[in-house]
Structure formats: C-alpha cells, structure tokens
Design a protein around this ligand. Sequence first.
Ligand code: ADP
Ligand code: MG
Length: 354
Amino acid sequence: MLSPLDYFFGLFSLDIGIDLGTANTLVAVRGKGIVINEPSFVALERKTRRPIEVGSRAKQMWSKNPKDILIVRPLRDGVIAEFEVTEAMLNYLIHKAHEQSWVPIPRPRVVVGIPSGVTEVEKRAVYDAALSAGAREVYLIEEPVAAAIGAGLPVQETRGSMIIDIGGGTTEVAIFSLGGIVISRSIRVAGDEMDEDIVQYMRTKHNLMIGEPTAESLKIEIGSAYPLPQERIHTVKGRNLVTGLPSAVEVSSIEVREAIAGSVDIIIDTVKDALDDTPPELVGDLMESGICLAGGGGQLKGLAERITEEVNIRAWVAEDAMTCVARGAGRVLEDYANLRRLLVGLERGSTKHG
Ligand code: ADP
Ligand code: MG
C-alpha cells in the first residue's frame, strides 16, 4: 500500500515510465502520454568519455562521423553497456520529462523497463542510475510485463495471455497466468538482425552494398513474414561491389521476405518452443485470448498471419505497438496496489524498495 505521504505526493508529482529500448527510448508521463521518443544513441567526447548529446541529436552526429566524438548505442544488445552512459541517458530523460511541467513539483517517481533475464548487477546499475539521475523513487519492471500492461492484456488475472515483443536487439516472449509470468523466452534475434540479413542479401544476390538505414527502410516498406495480398517492388540505391560505382536495383517484396526468412523462422521457433512448455489448460486459455505482438518489429507485415498459421492461435498487433513498454511502465504507479507484484525486486538489502 502507498503511505498517506506517498499518496499526497502522488497527487502532485510526476509519475513516469521509461522504456530503455535497444533501438528507441521512450518516456510516458501520467496524464500526458508519450513525451519523449528518441533513438537510443549517446554521443561521448572521445578523450574524456563525457556524454555530450543524447537521442536524435547524437544519432545525427553519427552520420557525420566526427573524429573526437564517440557515438554509442548503449543498449544495442539488450544489456547495459556502461553505467555512466546509461546514467547520462536516464539523467537527460528524467530532466527533460520534469522540465516540461510548468509548476514546481517534487522529483518524479520512475518505473524503468528492463530486459528480462538481466543480471542482478545490471538491475542495480539501472536502479542506481535512475536514482542519481534525480528520481525520488525507482521501480523496475521486466519489459514484456510492461509491454503486456501497455497493450491492455489482463496480466493480473488468472486466465492466460501471451505477448511477443520484438525490438531492435531482442525478441521477448512471455506467457502470463495467475498474475505473473509463467513461461518466458528472450533471444537476440529481432529487427537489427533482419536489417543485417537484408544487407547481406543485397550484397550476395545483387552485388550491391547498402547501409543498415537503407536496409531498415526496405524492411519497413516492403518486408514481410507472409505472402502479401499484393507483392511490391522497391528501388534500392547503393554501391555496386564490382564497379565501385553508385547503382540502383529493383527489389521485390518476395526477395525481402526471403532475405529475412531465417530470422523470422528463429522467432517463430522460439514462440513454438515457449508454447511447447506451456501446460495444456493454459494453451486452452491462449486459444481464446490469442497472442499479442508488440514492439517495432511486431509490426512486420504478415507476421501476425504467419504466427496464426504456424501455431494455430490467433495473433494480432497491439495498438501503438512501439509505445507499449513505456505506457505500461507508466501505468504501474496508477494501479500500484494491483500491479506492484509485477515489479522486479532487487536482492535483499540492496534497496529500500526491494
Ligand atoms: P527497442 O525496444 O529495442 O528499442 P523498438 O520496439 O523501438 O525496439 O523497435 C525497433 C525495431 O522495430 C527496429 O528494428 C525497427 O526497424 C523495427 N520496426 C519499426 N517499425 C517497423 C515496421 N513497420 N515493420 C517492421 N519493423 C519495424
Ligand atoms: Mg523494446
């Protein structure tokens, strides 16, 4: 239960949910929705490793490739690469979210989504970083749990429900029942891997060298996991590997599907594997409730149809799939009494909230 003092503070203070994604970082503020949505990039001064820019401004510097600046994607592989960088990012986010308020208010309470399966040390690092970045109280929540709350799944109920969150670096699968996660899987195959597949495909099949941003837009425009009602063609520009000259090639959606098929198959196998370990009664629940897709990668064309066909359970894409984690994390404090048991505890003695 919240103490009366907490309740009083809660009326005036800012409750924010943070999604520290491998690709995008989002902040949701109670009553306002998503207030920050930026790529997860940090620019550091190379010599001192002092953070100088965060988000889209850091990403812009990346393309210019400055000599004395180091650009890092601190969460690229789903882990917190460096404490200072993560702290700098949280600092920036908490202050920016706090700044947008026009009345003087207490420091915010913050719920941060963390990838499932991170170590105790990493949890501690995020917790400490958020505290020293100015949060009054810090709570951690596993990303698939936050995603499920954000997607409106009945996670606190007895009956089963399932989410697949496909981000840039990781795909997380979670099955909920009796108010908690009963089965989960986390793999390092997601959107970034598909982009790399496309780069590779263009190189071997078309002798064309393209960058990851081009591959990503090709994936988003015409990539798919299931035959499209109308297959499409896209012109891709890059450098011909034989002549070394700029070149444009026509690529079909069928080819892009073929390019990313390996990664899509790995994701589908992970889903099947999770379902294999699921008790039969719970599978029965899922046949009723379906499978919810979240995260940017969950929006891949035809993925819901493909999963529906492969596992014989209806799959659908969450509304506003890319913001589920931040919105879900933000919602926890609103319904703290019911949702608090879904939060991640830190090991005893390491925190007052543990
Ligand atoms: P993270 O949680 O790791 O920050 P996001 O949930 O923000 O990741 O998703 C980012 C990933 O989603 C990127 O790989 C991006 O290319 C991919 N993505 C975004 N929109 C689409 C789309 N419409 N179709 C397929 N992939 C998409
Ligand atoms: Mg995510």
